[in-house]
Write a protein that binds this ligand. Structure first.
Ligand code: URA
Length: 270
């Protein structure tokens, strides 16, 4: 178990174990048979494999439809995202989108939680293990800390709307690749447009770098108001520490508290 954990395998994708060695043997046998099939057509001996066995092999051989992560896929993602006229449509379009291979290892797509009409959108980077299992953002340990942070300034999940830049959990919580980010970017951009919040809170340097298109790190970004550009207006945006970061480095909590107070003050003034 520990060996798998260290290799980044920390979740079961199916209820039943798959014997990959048996599958490999079956696949090599099928390949061998297709070679002897061709040999048979040339008049040589041809071992038979009956229809039910062939069907069984086909059934048992997983054939994931992997996408090529390239510019074309980014373009397709943008076209699909722009076709969404509502949040429900966007969720449906994203669920049917097979251009990001992260969906192959994720158990669930994580779209959003909370109140889309709240006017406050909180955006993280990507779902973790718990979020993947439940299909909801920020429900694990860092989500519980986030709930406490929100409560400290009088907010809760009915008063905010939560989402992530990447809607499918990267295996083993690895960092999403630049192309995975570009493929998912049109969806979160459309998500923001459709939710049309008055204020965006970005959690962590990764989310901020992606959405604000900056190279600055969290130390420079946190606690500063920036504008998130939209077609017709700009949205006030603030970055603070990701709760995962606060769990790992609790001494940062006092800085996060300063950021939260800025948010509270802004909400009181608006
Ligand atoms: N971290 C994130 O960035 N998002 C989640 O939903 C959970 C953990």
């Amino acid at each position: 178990m520990l060996w798998y954990k260290h290799a980044g395998v920390d979740i079961a994708l199916q209820d039943n174990p798959v014997d990959q060695f048996a599958l490999f043997k079956q696949q090599s046998k099928t390949r061998q048979n297709s070679v002897t099939d061709r040999a048979g057509q040339l008049g040589q001996s041809r071992p038979q494999i009956d229809q039910p066995t062939q069907a069984k092999i086909r059934r048992n051989t997983p054939m994931p439809e992997t996408a090529i992560p390239d510019e074309n896929t980014v373009k397709k993602a943008r076209e699909r995202a722009e076709a969404a006229g509502s949040l429900d449509e966007l969720r449906e379009i994203m669920a049917g989108f097979k251009g990001c291979n992260l969906h192959l290892s994720a158990k669930n797509m994580v779209f959003a939680d909370g109140n889309p009409a709240s006017g406050i959108m909180i955006i993280g980077e990507a779902p973790g293990r718990e979020e993947d299992m439940h299909g909801l953002p920020f429900v694990g340990r860092s989500g519980q800390l986030l709930d406490r942070m929100l409560a400290a300034i009088g907010l809760d999940r009915d008063k905010v709307y939560l989402s992530n830049i990447i809607p499918w959990r990267p295996p083993g919580n690895r960092t999403p690749t630049p192309l995975e980010i570009e493929i998912c970017r049109p969806f979160i951009e459309r998500h923001i447009t459709l939710a049309s919040p008055g204020l965006i809170i970005l959690l962590g340097g990764a989310a901020a770098k992606i959405l604000l298109e900056t190279q600055l790190g969290i130390v420079k970004l946190r606690g500063r108001w920036k504008k998130y550009p939209m077609a017709e207006h700009q949205i006030d945006t603030i970055t603070t520490f990701h709760p995962d970061n606060l769990l790992a480095h609790p001494t940062q909590k006092k800085l996060a508290w300063q950021d939260l107070l800025k948010i509270k003050q802004k909400l009181a003034n608006d």
